[in-house]
Design a protein around this ligand. Structure first.
Ligand code: UDX
Ligand code: UDX
Length: 458
């Protein structure tokens, strides 16, 4: 066996794949193996078309793959030789039993812990990468260290803060890396081993050390705060539409206060993504389980506000289209939950498309990266939807366009050409406030944006 430090990651998803690729790229002195139960996904990581679309990731993987970055389905072999094991399997919201719809489903997590235990014959550092309820490490340690094999495991929490679409940059130049451990000599030594990995390329002052529970809870708290800002500005967007205030002007005015700051104040059709909803509901569940109903209600309102904003978007469409969209072709511009990703998990596009279908609209979806995922998300109603890669074709014959994702592509289209091919009156509902409203209005569109006065011809 080589004496190079062996790193393993279980779970080759949006988090595990890019994180390990960047670690391998930055640390040629380490061997990094990523394993997954999904053989198709591993084959894709080893092929020409990676399983996820992420700007800059192809180059990183190309540099490191086969050198010190390996993708494999041999989970057991990987566990045996690893010294540091990152666990990045999914922890979806429970769909059954106690805590359904709120608590985290930890079945994959526990299975992975048992798998690690079964195949370990030497000391391992086990790193929680997935977002988990605070105090999960306690359960993990009970499973791992309750063994009679004489093998010791040190569990660390190292939550991932990367955002999709900017994952490579977020990993290469993180604002901070957070590593939590027990404050015991063993815990601190394990933490130092992981600090050494990151400080190969991350400045030392950006690596924050904390106790295990603080690290676990910080991840949930970070996502809750980010989502809370979006729900807050979205709540204000509704008031703007009633009062003729402009939400972008309000966001700019408050964001220049250095105590508030400018980011995450973009009003929208609603936030999506695999984390915000799941993590906040998880926080809500944890608060309730400790009898903390007021904090639980407080955080739950962030999710409720987001559901309301998505429903409100469709209501605005209905109200402005003579209270019926039945039989009308409506083009959704974008389906990814944000630009620069093909990921559609929890995308507001899902709720919007489903509500429009319930209203018997003829929905057409166009997106440069997310059509395959959109087909899966909407497979039960896909016979009623057209999936069209070309936005011009998607809009042809439509009564309305609804911008769901802020792809740059949608800002650069020829809207005069689009207008000519649409039914009249032609409306645009800009769920991301990315288009030039005045110009669209002059072309002839009725223009509705989030938190802005509508521009209507009739
Ligand atoms: C996941 C979690 O959803 C998130 O909470 C956490 O912060 C990071 O991990 P993501 O990487 O986006 O995020 O999930 P996903 O793309 O679904 O990847 C998880 C991978 O784990 C999948 O490829 C799945 O096949 C794999 N997996 C799951 C295993 O290898 N073993 C299992 O037992 C379960
Ligand atoms: C988020 C966190 O940012 C990241 O730190 C964590 O690790 C995982 O969850 P991600 O879900 O990839 O990352 O994307 P993010 O950029 O946070 O956007 C989430 C959603 O909020 C998107 O739907 C986005 O369009 C929306 N959003 C974001 C807004 O509507 N307005 C904003 O101002 C910012």
């Amino acid at each position: 066996m080589s004496n190079r430090t062996q790193i393993l990651c279980i779970g080759a998803g949006y988090v595990g794949g890019p994180t390990m690729a960047v670690i391998a790229d930055k640390c040629p002195h380490l061997d990094v193996t990523v394993v997954d139960i999904n053989a198709g996904r591993i084959a894709a990581w080893n092929g020409d078309t990676l399983p996820i679309y992420e700007p800059g990731l192809d180059e990183v993987v190309r540099r490191a793959r086969g050198r010190n970055l390996f993708f494999s389905t041999d989970i057991e072999g990987g566990i045996r030789k690893a010294e540091i094991i990152f666990v990045s399997v999914n922890t979806p919201t429970k769909t059954f039993g106690q805590g359904a719809g709120c608590a985290a489903d930890l079945q994959y997590w526990e299975l992975t812990a048992r798998q690690i235990l079964a195949h370990s014959t030497s000391h391992k550092i086990v790193v929680e990468k997935s977002t988990l309820p605070v105090r999960t490490a306690e359960a993990m340690e009970r499973i791992l260290n309750g063994n009679d094999k004489g093998v010791r495991f040190d569990v660390l929490s190292n939550p991932e803060f990367l955002a999709e679409g900017t994952a490579v940059k977020d990993l290469e130049q993180p604002d901070r890396v957070l590593i939590g451990s027990h404050e015991t000599p063993e815990g601190v030594a394990a933490r130092k081993a992981l600090v050494d990995v990151y400080t190969t390329w991350v400045p030392r002052e950006r690596v924050i050390e904390s106790n295990l529970w603080s690290a676990e809870l910080s991840k949930l708290t970070a996502n809750a705060f980010l989502a809370q800002r979006i729900s807050s500005i979205n709540a204000i967007s509704a008031l703007c539409e009633k009062t003729e205030a402009d939400v972008d002007e309000v966001a700019y005015a408050i964001g220049t206060d250095s105590r508030i700051g400018p980011r995450f104040l973009k009003a929208s059709v609603g936030f999506g993504g695999s984390c915000f909803r799941k993590d906040i509901l998880n926080l809500v569940y944890i608060c309730r389980s400790y009898g903390l109903d007021a904090p639980a209600d407080y955080w739950e309102s962030v999710v409720n506000m987001n559901d309301w904003q998505q429903a409100r978007f469709v209501q605005t469409m209905l109200a402005s289209m003579f209270n019926t969209v039945a039989g009308k072709r409506i083009a959704l511009f974008g389906f990814a939950f944000k630009a620069d990703t093909g990921d559609t998990r929890e995308s507001p596009g899902i709720a919007v498309a489903r509500q429009l279908i319930e209203e018997h609209a003829r929905v057409v979806i166009t997106d440069p990266q997310a059509l395959d995922n959109a087909k899966v998300d909407l497979k039960d109603v896909s016979r009623e939807i057209v999936f069209e890669p070309d936005p011009y074709k998607a809009a042809a014959g439509a009564h309305a366009i609804a911008v769901i994702t802020e792809w740059t592509l949608f800002k650069t289209l020829d809207y005069e050409r689009i207008f000519r091919a649409m039914e009249k009156p032609a409306s645009i509902f800009d769920g991301r406030n990315i288009l030039d409203r005045q110009k669209l209005f002059e072309i002839g569109f009725n223009v509705f944006a989030i938190g802005k006065r509508p521009l209507k011809h009739f």
